[in-house]
Design a protein. Structure first.
Length: 398
């Protein structure tokens, strides 16, 4: 049973919530100390005791909870979750019907009306990610709602419960049904990915980059030498190779990246020996490339928003311009830089200012070919623009 607690909004925040803003923040509440139990239903009122919205209390790195409805009479129960899930699946009907893509997001948090929860589909298996203890307290109702809507082979989950949104390492992410094979082979625009649903925080591919990968394969890769930095399991390299790249070079600091990238090449019938896979700090590799006078026709930059190695700390907000300058120096004239960030604390306009600054400091010229944000399946709320965190810019070096 979830307790219901009335809370009062600071006057300066009332208009935002009345207009549908979904994230409940500590600063917006006069009496937030009244809530101590995650999963509590919270009803938000203005100082005149007029109802504004209803949601739940669940602490994560973004805030203190999420608004779920502006209808005071709407219960947060099984019927509520069934309704939200049904709408989400209907919105993605075309994805379910596409035999060439069998991995995509089916529920995207506040974009589909329930902040703190995402659900991804992998070839008949569903993976739920819980971002707070608060949303996890609704697990039974959400699972019932999901099972009433879909046929499934198996259900898995990831828990990101601490204040920083880090992954809590449970021994087993499997919930029920049949266990997925290891690896599970899924498709994206006809290419194959080997994914592992029960292997730590990440499964082996970031689904939000699907449109970027397809664009690299279909429009830019042919005949080019491609450097893929912060390459993880080499997904951009795979699509570049499938698009006819002359050669791909994948660089990542993680030791396991080599075996994972080799596996992705093999499941796409590409001999890993024909490509270059390097386990190295990307910043050290840039220095090596400059020293050896190496250049590439395409450089992919997709760093984490924050990363730390023994010698380097990277923050997208502070250091992306510097990173771009490193990449520009080893990109051939007329070459393409794919600059990407998932940092949610700045927008596309500011990201483009980083690009402009990097080229100006090197006295170079460039043009922007095209830009990308989140794909359709990563549905974003019009009232929560910061939820559209992905920013990708294809830059041509003049």
């Amino acid at each position: 049973m979830h307790k219901t607690i009335p809370l009062t909004l600071e006057p300066a925040f009332v208009k935002n919530y009345r207009n549908g803003y979904p994230l409940i923040s500590k600063e917006a509440l006069i009496d937030w100390q009244k809530v101590t139990e995650e999963g509590s239903i919270v009803t938000l009122f203005d100082t005149h005791k007029k109802f504004i919205a209803k949601g739940y209390y669940g602490r994560q790195n973004k805030g203190y909870g999420w608004v779920l409805t502006q209808n005071r009479e709407e219960a947060i129960d099984l019927a509520f979750f069934k309704k939200r899930l049904a709408a989400a699946f209907a919105y993605r009907k075309s994805f379910f019907e596409d035999a060439e893509t069998t991995a995509f997001r089916v529920f995207n948090g506040e974009g589909d009306g329930i902040g703190g929860l995402t659900i991804d589909y992998f070839g008949g298996y569903y993976l739920l990610t819980w971002y707070s203890i608060g949303i996890y307290t609704f697990k039974e109702e959400i699972l019932k709602a999901l099972k009433s809507q879909v046929d499934y082979k198996g259900l898995y989950q990831k828990k990101r419960f601490d204040a920083k949104g880090q992954y809590l390492d449970d021994t087993d992410d499997f919930i029920e049904g049949e266990r997925a094979p290891e690896p599970l082979i899924v498709k994206e625009d006809g290419a194959n990915f080997a994914v592992y649903l029960d292997d730590g925080a990440m499964v082996g591919v970031f689904l939000d980059q699907k449109e970027v990968r397809k664009t690299i394969r279909d429009k830019y890769a042919k005949g080019r030498t491609v450097l893929n930095t912060f390459s993880y399991t080499g997904a951009f390299s795979i699509f570049a190779a499938l698009g006819g790249a002359k050669k791909t070079t994948s660089v990542d600091l993680a030791n396991r990246s080599r075996a994972k990238t080799e596996e992705q090449f093999r499941v796409n019938d590409i001999d890993p020996a024909t490509q270059e896979i390097i386990v190295e700090d990307v910043f050290n590799y840039f220095k090596y490339a400059v020293r050896k006078k190496l250049t590439f026709d395409m450089v992919v930059l997709d760093p984490p928003s924050f990363a730390r190695s023994k010698k380097h700390t990277f923050s997208a907000t502070k250091d992306y311009t510097k990173l771009l300058k490193e990449a520009i120096q080893i990109t051939s004239k007329g070459g393409i830089i794919v600059a990407s960030t998932n940092a949610a604390n700045f927008d596309m306009k500011r990201f483009k200012s980083f690009i402009d600054k990097a080229f100006k400091e090197l006295k170079g010229k460039y043009s922007i070919e095209e830009t990308f944000s989140l794909p359709k399946d990563f549905r974003v709320s019009e009232r929560f623009k910061e939820g559209n965190y992905l920013k990708v810019v294809f830059i041509r070096k003049s």
